[in-house]
Write a protein that binds this ligand. Structure first.
Ligand code: SIN
Length: 552
């Protein structure tokens, strides 16, 4: 019996669960909120794939490598771009209805793509359409499983990953916090992390509040290698209103322009592609303009696109504007950068395998090397689909499953984490490890974070029962802030999304990924000096092809 525990219910987790179920494994899918709640649901722009006659895998590869600023793993990029079209066709078979016009599936242009190759659904509701189709598929498999007709998939919602369990260097399962607030250990032969990113590290983010990096934090504490954590992508254009909703890059792809408070189109001064320059360049351009104008957001002028196109193509953004009392058909809207996507994460090979046997990571939680220092727009959903599928292909072959096997082994007691002020962590990260960084600020942040980590663990009863999830999330954010700041301090150059004023240029000799592994106890409430607790490693192998995927 191969027991597979999938953690997370965005695109990567749902694909992994369905594929693993169909491949004959016994699958348990756990997710922190309700099944449809995930980062995927909020994705607007779409999914990039070389599927049109005037496009090619080679061109998609080149664009991805260029955006990645010299830090992509070319093998991972090739896998991403060459397997992408097949995975998009899988999504269509799973029921995703990509937008069409009279000439077929429609496609958009986004920053740093040399071709229009971004498929979208519901205009700017691509993630929601993908999530809905895959949730329906998972629910159908789970219902069949309940009826005992073939599939073996169990879904546990409102269940948070607290930690991974490790025995003799192998991941053996996970400690989970269930909806009844009890901690339980679940045993598994393989754990597939699909827990997404950690936009909650920053006060301004396009991510939903559940994006607290639980998988990266748990993997790090368990001793898995992590890499590229210094590369956090800030989306250039979030609507500068409470909640910072995303204003898709596709809006600039359609022709919207950015202006400063004087009405000047400043991106023309910064890059030949102006508003369609790579994301990091646009985000920094905006951040600098905002500094010059006393923190005031810049303006995105989409009035030239016309009301009909704006409302048809971008219904989600139109609704966000309306909710903020803005009519973007007639006025420019205030926008500012916000944390959007983590290029770094748990180090994996091109099969989703991490440095810990028994542990896979897919989707944003993983660092596959496909994004390098700066992800190309609309490559994230693609990466999730491609590498989730590959991870399942690389699972050990299932053996016959006997009926009625339970993977839950009983309850576990564990101390609650030290209390941390999330707002303070976020503010510190924005000021010291945000769009613009300096060695001095990062060093200050490192000291402050180490100090916060030494706060004593409170007795269980000091945390109100309904605040337990929040307490574990906060502790994860503190761990991740510390590792991220240490990684950013260690990279003494500027590259992609990581820009340091004290090292404003790239340094060729540093143009490589550094993977970090915890070397000393780094449990909640202990505080090794940041970098001292980390060992630098990078050991990637690319194993031979696994068997072809099972058709969906
Ligand atoms: C966007 O719609 O601009 C976001 C797409 C992405 O992050 O790839």
């Amino acid at each position: 019996m191969t027991r597979v525990l999938v953690v997370g219910s965005g695109l990567a987790g749902l694909i992994a669960a369905v594929r693993a179920t169909d491949a004959g494994h016994q699958v348990t899918l756990v997710t922190k909120a309700a099944l449809p709640d995930s980062n995927t649901r909020w994705a607007q722009g779409g999914i990039a794939a070389a599927m049109f006659p005037d496009d090619s895998v080679k061109s998609h590869v080149q664009d991805t490598l260029r955006a990645g600023a010299g830090l992509c793993d070319p093998v991972a990029v090739h896998v991403l771009c060459s397997e992408g079209p097949a995975r998009v066709r899988d999504l269509i078979r799973f029921g995703v209805d990509f937008d069409r016009d009279e000439s077929g599936v429609t496609r958009g242009l986004e920053a740093a793509h040399s071709r229009s190759r971004v498929l979208h659904a519901g205009g700017d509701a691509t993630g929601a359409a993908i999530e809905a189709a895959l949730v329906a598929t998972v629910r159908e498999r789970a219902a069949r499983s309940l009826r005992g007709v073939g599939a073996r998939l169990r879904v546990q919602e409102h269940t948070m990953l607290v930690d991974l369990t490790v025995q003799d260097g192998r991941v053996t399962g996970a400690v989970l916090l269930g909806p009844d607030e009890a901690l339980r250990t679940i045993l598994a032969d393989t754990v597939i992390l699909a827990t997404g990113g950690a936009g909650e590290l920053f006060p301004h983010t396009t991510n939903p509040a559940l994006a607290t990096g639980d998988g990266v934090a748990a993997a790090w504490r368990a001793g898995a290698s992590v890499a590229d954590l210094e590369f956090y992508q800030f989306h250039p254009t979030a609507l500068a209103v409470p909640g910072t909703p995303l204003v898709s890059e596709a809006v600039r792809g359609e022709g919207a322009v950015l202006r400063n408070a004087l009405g000047h189109r400043f991106m023309l001064d910064l890059h030949p592609d102006a508003e369609l320059a790579p994301r990091d360049i646009v985000a920094r351009g905006i951040a600098r303009e905002m500094t010059r104008q006393g923190g005031e957001p810049v303006r995105l002028d989409a009035t030239g696109l016309g009301r009909e196109l704006l409302e048809r193509r971008f219904p989600t953004i139109t609704a966000a504007c309306r909710a903020a009392d803005l009519d973007w058909a007639v006025e420019s809207i205030p926008v500012a950068p916000a944390a959007h996507y983590w290029m770094g994460g748990v180090l994996t090979d091109i099969w989703g395998r991490t440095s810990l046997p028994g542990l896979f990571a897919v989707g944003e939680v993983a660092r596959t090397g496909a994004h390098g220092a700066n992800r190309l727009a609309s490559n994230s959903l693609l990466e999730a689909a491609v590498f989730a599928d590959r991870a399942v292909r690389a699972l050990p072959l299932p053996v016959r499953v006997s009926a009625g096997v339970s993977v839950v082994t009983g309850s576990t007691t564990g101390g609650l984490p030290a209390s941390v002020d999330r707002d303070a962590v976020q503010q510190l990260m924005w000021e010291c490890a945000g769009v613009l960084r300096s060695g001095e600020k990062l060093a200050e942040a490192s000291v402050t974070l180490a100090d916060w980590a030494t706060r004593p663990t409170g007795p269980d009863e000091t945390i109100a029962p309904n605040m337990r999830v929040r307490a574990y999330e906060d502790a994860n954010l503190l761990d991740l802030a510390r590792v991220t700041v240490a990684s950013a301090l260690a990279r003494e150059e500027s590259r992609g999304a990581h820009h340091r004023s004290d090292y404003p240029d790239g340094r060729l000799e540093l143009a490589r990924t550094v993977a970090w592994t915890r070397t000393v106890a780094w449990n909640r409430g202990t505080a090794p000096d940041t970098a001292d607790g980390m060992r630098s490693t990078l050991n990637l192998d690319h194993p031979t092809e696994a068997e072809e995927a099972i058709a969906c």
